[in-house]
Ligand binder design. Structure first.
Ligand SMILES: [Fe+2]
Ligand SMILES: [Fe+2]
Length: 200
C-alpha cells in the first residue's frame, strides 16, 4: 500500500518511465533506452542509404532516385550526429548490436536497390512508417516530461522521417514488384530491430 501511494505521487512521466519501457525501472533509464534505440535506428538509416547509393549512385538511369536518396541520407546523417552527441553528453551505452545494424542496414539498402529504384523507395517507405510510429510513441511518453531538448529532437526528426516516407511514396514505392510482401517483411524486421536495440 505504501509503495502504491509512492508510485501515485510521482509525476505521470516518471510513472511512465517506471512502467513504460522494457527493462526500464526509472525515468532516467527509460530515456537512456530511448536514446540508445534511436541512435541505433539513425545509424541503421544511414547504412541503408549508403547501401542504396552504392548501387544507384552511379547508375546513369537512376539520377533522379539517387538525388532523392542523397537528400534523405544527408538528413539521416544529421540525425545520427545529434544522437552521437546525446550518447556522449548523457553517457548512454550504445547498443551492442551496432556491428549487426552496420551490415544489416547496408545489405537491406543494397539488396532493395538491386531490385530496382521502386523497391529502394518501398524500403524507405516501410522503414519510415515504422520509425514514425516509434517516434510518435516516444513523443507520447515524453509529453509531460521536463526533458524538452530530447522531446524537441524527437518531434523534429519525426517530421523529417514522415517527409522521407512521402518522398518515397511519391517516387513510386507502391509500384515496386511484390510491394505488400516486401513492405511487410521490412516493417517486421524494423520492429524486431527496435525491440532488440531497446534492450541490448
Ligand atoms: Fe532519421
Ligand atoms: Fe529517415
Amino acid at each position: 500500500m505504501a509503495d502504491q501511494t509512492r508510485i501515485l505521487d510521482e509525476s505521470p512521466a516518471k510513472r511512465r518511465g517506471r512502467l513504460g519501457l522494457p527493462g526500464a525501472r526509472t525515468r532516467e533509464e527509460a530515456i537512456e533506452s530511448m536514446i540508445r534505440v534511436d541512435h541505433a535506428g539513425e545509424y541503421g538509416a544511414v547504412r541503408i542509404y549508403e547501401g542504396q547509393l552504392a548501387v544507384l549512385g552511379k547508375r546513369p538511369g537512376s539520377r533522379r532516385a539517387a538525388e532523392l536518396i542523397r537528400h534523405m541520407a544527408a538528413q539521416e546523417q544529421e540525425h545520427l550526429d545529434t544522437f552521437d552527441r546525446l550518447v556522449l553528453e548523457r553517457r548512454v551505452r550504445p547498443t551492442l548490436m551496432s556491428p549487426v545494424w552496420n551490415v544489416a542496414g547496408y545489405a537491406l539498402g543494397a539488396v532493395t536497390a538491386l531490385m530496382g529504384e521502386k523497391a529502394a523507395m518501398a524500403c524507405t517507405a516501410a522503414v519510415e512508417e515504422v520509425i514514425d510510429d516509434h517516434y510518435a510513441g516516444q513523443e507520447r511518453a515524453l509529453q509531460d516530461d521536463t526533458d524538452s531538448e530530447f522531446r524537441g529532437v524527437i518531434s523534429k526528426f519525426r517530421a523529417d522521417e514522415a517527409a522521407h516516407r512521402h518522398t518515397a511514396l511519391d517516387a513510386g514505392a507502391e509500384q515496386a514488384p511484390g510491394y505488400p510482401l516486401l513492405s511487410a517483411a521490412i516493417r517486421a524486421g524494423c520492429r524486431l530491430a527496435i525491440r532488440i536495440s531497446e534492450r541490448l
